[in-house]
Design a protein around this ligand. Structure first.
Ligand code: SF4
Length: 305
């Protein structure tokens, strides 16, 4: 997937690591020896339920099925106890992971207590200011170290509901969240897909960046949709003007990265390329199944009794 990322220059130093740089290693996961990229991104699907109804959702087959809490916690515990925090980083996703607030908070704690770092928290942001056991959800995120790439999905500045089919977090709440996370060394970002009729041009990209910068959000990401006919391609939409000064070009295994300076941003254009390397780059855990990627080989399957 080709992506574009605007990060305030003042925040670049807080990036967790250079995601374009990986190492490889054969590691034992349960009873299998698997050649993986390190750090490996383990996506934990906390729930399949989502309040949104995005037309481009790749999770729609799962939305009616969630494990019992007992099975979820037991199987997750076994997975986390089997993996090394030195080799795996956690992405929290779903469905909407905060729709089940208790699971969300408990999962953060389970990962944190075992020494795992969080790579990304993927959410629509609606529940981050909600209280659970006397504290706001965003406070638990800081407490448990879920402070990198807090990625809030919003597909348009004003008419997000037309695309995501649900109320979106308000600008007022985005401003509050940005203020809170900025003051706790946490990196919040807005995440937007290129969609025809919405954010589908360079002008609209810059308008979106400008809007959220004014609300205090330090990073904004744009992605092109995969597998959706006639959706805009990043290569057609990203037309850097003279104000974008190219400062680097990084060649990596999965992406090449064009790096620009633009006003007070560093802009990275990730251009996906074909990789012939068969090492496992990502893993996922969903419904009791740990697997390579989102739909690859099963590494371990737990059955609900
Ligand atoms: S927010 Fe994500 S999980 Fe929910 S419907 Fe949209 S794409 Fe699917």
């Amino acid at each position: 997937m080709n992506t574009l990322k605007f990060t305030k220059k003042s925040e670049v130093a807080t990036e967790q690591h250079n995601q374009e740089v990986y190492k490889e290693k054969v590691t034992k996961i349960f009873d299998k020896n698997i050649n993986i990229y390190i750090p490996n991104n383990l996506s934990l699907f906390i729930t399949n339920v989502c309040n949104s109804k995005c037309f481009f959702c790749i999770n729609s087959n799962y939305t009616n099925h969630d494990d019992s809490d007992e099975f979820y916690y037991k199987s997750l515990e076994k997975v986390l106890n089997n993996l090394s925090p030195e080799e795996f980083e956690i992405t929290i996703t779903g469905g909407e992971p905060t729709i089940k607030i208790e699971r969300f908070v408990n999962t953060l704690k389970m990962c944190h207590d075992r020494g795992f770092h969080f790579r990304t928290i993927s959410t629509d942001g609606l529940n981050l200011l909600k209280k659970y056991n006397g504290k706001e959800v965003c406070e638990y995120m800081v407490e448990y170290g879920a402070v990198h790439n807090i990625s809030i999905s919003r597909m348009a500045i004003y008419n997000n509901k037309e695309i995501m089919g649900c109320d979106s977090v308000t600008d007022t709440d985005i401003e509050k969240l940005a203020y809170f996370f900025n003051n706790h060394d946490a990196e919040m970002r807005m995440s937007c897909n290129l969609i025809s009729g919405y954010v589908d041009s360079m002008d609209k990209i810059l308008e979106y960046v400008d809007h959220y910068q004014k609300l205090g959000v330090p990073t904004v990401m744009f992605r092109e949709l995969v597998g959706i006919k006639n959706s805009p391609k990043m290569i057609d939409v990203f037309k850097p003007s003279k104000e974008f000064k190219k400062i680097d070009y990084i060649i990596a295994e999965v992406y090449d990265v064009e790096v620009y300076e633009y006003k007070d941003y560093i802009v990275k254009h990730y251009i996906q390329k074909e990789s012939h390397n068969t090492s496992v780059k990502n893993t996922s855990f969903r419904n009791g199944i740990l697997r390579e990627g989102f739909s690859g080989n099963i590494i371990k399957k737990f059955e609900e009794e």
